[in-house]
Write a protein that binds this ligand. Structure first.
Ligand SMILES: C[S@@+](CC[C@H](N)C(=O)[O-])C[C@H]1O[C@@H](n2cnc3c(N)ncnc32)[C@H](O)[C@@H]1O
Length: 313
């Protein structure tokens, strides 16, 4: 495993400086160790086509070793196979399972979709969370899965079809406009925002960090605020929204929430999923409730993520 010094040599220096100014040295070191580690292969079963018991029996038969995930019945950590091996299996080709990082499975669990819900997934491609939501509600409900990028929207449609997530309808438009089109229409809204991806940095793959810049963080923070406003408008009063990113900095996380709290009426809720190794959000000025948000630190099993759950008042 690479040392912290080796990680520091490769990752953008401004990112490292930000990290040590945001977190205690112990936590910042943990993040860098996480960036240096090789991530395990994880997946979830698609309840629309298959079930976890049959999947475990199948893996036992073909000698794929796995571990259960304490906080999610449908997820498995694969011990002796890589993603490329799993992609060759018929159950993968037929959409009975979905390769997804464990952290990425958390926002839909926190959103807690229920049968019959009308759900907006505002920035949805490639559809990991859209198809997960459809799997949780077993297609009993309606999901508007929106994506601005036409090519990514094709991938979203492909995944929805393969997984038979037929409760999801794909829209291809700027998410900023959806709030005015569907005012107070949805019971639940997921804003898994476009972000600078710091939680997905991995030393193995320079593509994950080479385009990172402070300028990009600032641009994304502005976009996230606009998307937040649209998501909030589309949510019914009393409805639940989850804001998530796979990045670690404050500008794209707490500052977006704080900006929104100054303009819109909502309550930040506790995250009820019992997750190991999270750190609470940072309060901003007198807004202590942002501490109810959680940050997942990157590690061998998890990508870095930020998740905030709120209720529109
Ligand atoms: C973090 S990814 C979403 C991942 C997705 N939720 C999943 O789990 O598969 C963010 C997505 O937002 C899209 N996006 C960026 N700007 C957008 C906008 N203004 N409106 C809608 N989607 C946007 C990006 O193209 C990207 O596909």
């Amino acid at each position: 495993m690479p040392s912290i010094g080796q990680v520091k040599k490769k990752i953008p220096v401004e990112f490292i400086n930000n990290l040590y100014s945001l977190f205690s040295p112990g936590i910042a070191d943990r993040v860098l160790i996480g960036i240096g580690e090789e991530r395990v292969t994880t997946l979830r079963v698609n309840n629309i086509k298959y079930d976890i018991n049959s999947l475990m029996e199948y893996f036992n038969r073909i000698n794929v070793k796995f571990e259960r995930v304490e906080w999610y019945r449908d997820a498995l950590i694969i011990k002796n196979a890589k993603e490329k091996d799993i992609r060759k299996l018929p159950i993968y080709c037929e959409g009975m399972i979905y390769l997804q990082s464990l952290s990425s499975m958390i926002p839909p669990l926190v959103l807690k979709p229920e049968k019959g819900d009308k759900i907006l997934d505002l920035t949805a491609a490639p559809g990991s969370k859209t198809t997960q939501i459809a799997s949780i509600i077993e297609n009993d409900g309606f999901i508007l899965a929106n994506e601005v990028d036409k090519i990514r929207a094709e991938r979203l449609k492909y995944n929805i079809l393969l997984q038979q997530a037929l409760s999801a309808e794909v829209h291809v438009e700027n998410g900023i406009l959806i709030g005015d089109k569907y005012p107070e229409y949805f019971d639940k809204v997921l804003l898994d925002a476009p972000c600078s991806g710091e939680g997905r940095f991995t030393l193995e793959d320079a593509r994950t960090y080479k385009n990172w810049s402070i300028r990009e963080v600032k641009r994304l923070s502005k976009l996230q605020k606009k998307l937040f406003e649209s998501a909030y408008k589309a949510l019914k009063k009393g409805g639940i929204m989850v804001y998530s990113t796979c990045t670690l900095n404050r500008q794209e996380n707490e500052e977006v929430i704080h900006w929104a709290a100054q303009r819109f009426d909502f309550q930040i809720l506790n995250i009820e999923v019992n997750l190991p190794g999270t750190v609470p959000g940072f309060s901003i000025e007198d807004n202590m409730s942002i501490k109810r948000a959680v940050r997942i630190l990157p590690s061998k099993v998890m990508e870095g993520f930020f998740i905030c759950k709120l209720k529109k008042l």
